[in-house]
Write a protein of this length. Structure first.
Length: 317
């Protein structure tokens, strides 16, 4: 079965690509966006490409497209690997990352990963920054990594794979003694022009690492989970900034992007009426002070290490 999905733009050509038992289709469009969609197959791949420049398509599971038009796919299942791959034999989870040319279907590299991948960001040099989870006490972590110790049953992984797909440049953990959020969008990642690595996601740890200058150094939520936002230095050896974004009920970080001035834009959701916001932002209260889902958005300045804006809305509208 083959079907091109054209959501907004005029398709210019089509390519069908088979990945193990997965059939993917691509639509090159007049607006320079390319989308990949699973059409059939027993296994699972999350993949798509954004507009030129590496920004993600809002609301879709996407990975950046390189300037040469090649794409990346993360998924799981038995697959072929390329010579010199970081991992050539399947680990227990059978998770993988592929870099390929959607026009010819040629795989440029294919490697297994020893953790469950959730999101990927490709920098200008072609290095892949990944987030995911692990619950393996023997998981391989870089010697100089910020966090080398699994404290709970699951940990958030932040990793950088070199442009050839042959070696990890760094692998670090990020979390506390509780369980990290194990859903399909565990955390999002982006990289600044200076190599700083930014991550947002969800933690259920009450001892998630927060820096002394954090917007919130501790959780307000006694039983549930909280959103977080963190900055690691370029080799993930140091936590530069990290904060909770917490209310008395659960919150979750979902996505982030780097704006034209290098400021970090992030988004997520909360059910807490007391989710923190900054003065002067569009914030709608929850009627009666109860619980209702609201979206939060924020702008963070790397220079001042401050939130310029943090707003929560919905629920009361």
């Amino acid at each position: 079965m083959e079907r091109i999905v054209d959501r907004a733009c005029r398709p210019l050509n089509r390519t069908r690509f088979c990945l193990a038992a997965i059939v993917l289709t691509f639509a090159h469009t007049a607006c320079a966006a390319t989308e990949i969609q699973i059409i059939s197959g027993a296994n699972s791949v999350t993949a798509a490409a954004s507009v030129t420049g590496g920004r993600r398509i809002p609301g879709r599971e996407t990975v950046p497209r390189r300037r040469d038009g090649t794409l990346y796919a993360i998924g799981y299942g038995i697959t072929d690997t390329t010579p010199g791959a970081y991992l050539s034999t399947p680990p227990v989870g059978q998770n993988f990352l592929k870099h390929f040319d959607p026009v010819s279907g040629r795989v440029l590299y294919s490697t297994y990963l020893d953790f469950f991948p959730a999101r990927v960001f490709i920098d200008m040099d072609g290095a892949a920054y990944l987030t995911g989870i692990t619950h393996d006490p023997q998981f391989s972590i870089s010697p100089g990594a910020f966090d080398r110790h699994i404290q709970g049953g699951e940990e958030l992984v932040v990793a950088k794979l070199n442009p050839m797909g042959s070696a990890m440049e760094f692998v670090t953990l990020l979390g506390g003694s509780g369980y990290s959020y194990g859903g399909p969008a565990i955390a999002d990642v982006a990289v600044g022009s200076d190599g700083s690595v930014y991550v947002t996601g969800t933690t259920c740890s009450k001892d998630f690492p927060a820096t002394s200058d954090a917007f919130m150094t501790s959780s307000r939520n006694r039983y549930g989970c909280d959103a977080f936002f963190s900055e690691l230095n370029a080799d993930a050896s140091r936590l530069v900034y990290s904060t909770y974004l917490s209310a008395s009920q659960s919150s979750a970080g979902s996505s982030l992007a780097i704006g034209p001035e290098g400021k970090i834009h992030l988004a997520g959701g909360t059910t807490g009426a007391d989710f923190p916001t900054t003065a002067g932002t569009l914030t709608t209260p929850i009627p009666g002070g109860g619980s209702a889902f609201r979206v939060f958005i924020a702008v963070w300045d790397p220079a001042s290490k401050q939130f310029e804006a943090l707003a929560a809305f919905g629920g009361g509208l």
